[in-house]
Design a protein around this ligand. Structure first.
Ligand code: NG1
Ligand code: ZN
Length: 533
């Protein structure tokens, strides 16, 4: 049974701020860090219940607000295979976050336990971590009270990247099974990635050191740990590493800055020389953006779409090269934000699917391919190998030495790429390995296709919930008549494309526009914003 006195006593230590309604969105709860204490306590309780419901499997809790400002924070639950919390539980999370008294809380828990048939006598196991945000320690303390209140066996992983927490959850739950994923520790993660990387590149070392913008966040710890394990195979030059300085996390640096500003972080201006490439992680190291300066010192961005194109072509070639064409189908999943040129590039090579924004949708759709490549344009993504694909790779008998080499590379890729979630460190090593194999410079990679000029703007509206979409968010069905106006407008722009959708993480409506020229795209985005407002 529930320990009602303990639950009530600890509940009262974490009062909910009045007048705030919390919502479990696409990335969990996310808002100002100093408003989240009550939410963390309640998510501790919910994580324990989720574990009990799944027969004591380990559930993860990550405390982070990713690329958002330092003052923000957030929390999300991680399911046993290292995936996002099952959608049907999101509404339970929202309901628990918004009750107002200890009695209401206990009653809600009671009703919930009955409704979803949770056996409270089962064990509860939870592992958690946080990013470097200053609000993190206090929020973790609130989470620990929640875990104590539900009697969970809790393990603190301290300050880790989001993908490492997902990795550990998956390892713990597959230990001793045929799906065993690795040693459930941060060191297990670093060793697994470094070993796979070295196997994959062999003697093909990359040409230049790689500058890594760590966004002044937790990604720096990961880079610091993995760099020595890569020996001489690649030299990483970490920048923006001020993890202890207040106010600098994600500030004028990091993957989101690069993607939204489409420019070099000012702090790298004196570091990066013409002809050199660099990459930026975000505040919890699950997004990655690449870029390079050309010989004239001009900045060029290589975003999630370019990463997907590079990786898809490489993997397709390996599948052909190992004699597995027809047995292994490589596919790509994108969202409406994918640059039109990237979609065209992919469609000429492999099946492409478009799904609504949010990792959950991408991940799920990618599972339908033997090798499913998914990246959001903003740099979040990974490659999934289906269980039957893994079986094929492990048992296939190569008929020539060349087939054997390609097969070996594919197997190394399955070890290098994080199967649980998009992972900036894993993706960075993946990109570097492909660049080494292809002997590509940033410029050669960039020339796979030319991005159409594009613009993403936010519009504040009185109520974003009146905006409803269809066709993977590419068309509006509400407010009535708006889509017709957009269709009429976009027809006036050569190569024009635009769509409008409500954000799942911020109280805004997002407008995306694409056209053949910079001038046209700015005009189109401006006019669409005017129509929406
Ligand atoms: P919303 O706020 O729903 O647009 C943003 C990103 C998503 C995804 C989520 C989760 C854009 C346009 N949107 O979603 O791609 O990363 O945050 O963090 O970048
Ligand atoms: Zn992130």
């Amino acid at each position: 049974a529930l320990n009602v006195p303990l639950l009530s006593e600890l509940y009262d230590k974490h009062p909910k701020p009045a007048h705030i309604t919390f919502q479990y969105g696409t990335a969990g709860f996310r808002t100002l860090g100093d408003q989240l204490d009550s939410v963390l306590f309640r998510m501790g309780v919910l994580a324990g219940l989720r574990s009990k419901k799944l027969d004591g499997k380990t559930i993860g809790v990550m405390v982070t607000a990713s690329h958002n400002p330092e003052a923000d924070n957030g929390v999300k639950l991680v399911d046993p295979r290292g995936e996002m919390l099952e959608t049907s539980w999101e509404s339970h999370a929202t309901a628990l976050a918004n009750v107002n008294t200890a009695t209401e809380f206990v009653d809600a828990l009671d009703a919930f336990v009955k409704a979803v048939k949770i056996d409270l006598s089962k064990p509860a196991r939870v592992v958690y971590a946080r990013d470097t945000r200053p609000s993190g320690p206090a929020l973790v303390a609130a989470l620990e009270d929640g875990l104590k209140a539900i009697g969970a066996e809790a393990h603190d992983e301290g300050v880790q990247t989001t993908p490492i927490l997902h990795y550990i959850v998956r390892c713990l739950n597959t230990k001793g099974t045929k799906d065993e994923y690795g040693e459930p520790t941060p060191d297990g993660y670093y060793n697994k990635l470094a070993t796979a990387y070295k196997k994959l590149v062999g003697t093909k070392t990359t040409l230049q050191p790689l500058v890594v913008d760590c966004a002044n966040g937790v990604g720096f710890f990961a880079i610091e740990k993995i760099a020595p394990l890569l020996d001489s195979h690649i030299k990483l030059v970490p920048q923006n590493v001020a993890v202890d300085t207040l106010g600098v996390l994600n500030h004028a640096c990091g993957a989101d800055f690069v993607k939204t500003q489409q420019k070099l972080p000012p702090s790298l201006a004196s570091v990066l020389k013409p002809g050199e490439r660099a990459c930026s992680l975000d505040g919890d190291a699950d997004r990655l953006m690449y870029y390079y300066l050309d010989e004239r010192g001009q900045f060029h961005m290589l975003d999630g779409d370019k990463i997907a194109a590079l990786v898809t072509a490489f993997i397709s070639d390996l599948v052909k090269g190992s004699g597995l064409e027809g047995k292994i189908e490589v596919g790509v999943v994108q969202t409406a934000y994918a640059n039109g040129s990237s979609t065209k590039y992919m469609e000429d090579r492999v099946p492409v699917r478009c799904v609504p924004t949010g990792v959950k949708h991408l991940h799920h759709a990618a599972e339908h391919f033997s090798v499913g490549v998914y990246f959001e344009a903003n740099g979040h993504g990974t490659v999934l190998f289906s269980p039957s694909c893994l079986e094929t790779l492990r048992t296939h008998e190569p008929s020539t030495p060349a087939h054997a080499t390609s097969l070996k590379h594919l197997l190394s890729l399955t070890e290098l790429i994080n199967q649980a979630v998009g992972d900036a460190v894993s993706d960075m090593l993946l990109v570097e390995a492909v660049l080494a194999h292809r002997s590509y410079s940033g410029e050669q990679w960039d020339s796979l296709y030319a991005d159409l000029p594009n613009r993403l703007v936010k519009v504040s509206v009185p109520n974003r919930n009146v905006f409803k979409t269809e066709d993977a968010e590419r068309r509006l069905v509400s407010p009535p008549g708006l889509q017709t106006k957009l269709d009429e407008l976009v027809r006036k722009y050569e190569g024009g494309r635009t769509f409008v959708r409500p954000s799942g993480t911020e109280d805004v409506v997002r407008v995306y526009a694409e056209a053949r020229s910079r001038g046209h795209v700015d005009e189109l985005a401006f006019k669409v914003a005017g129509i929406v407002y």
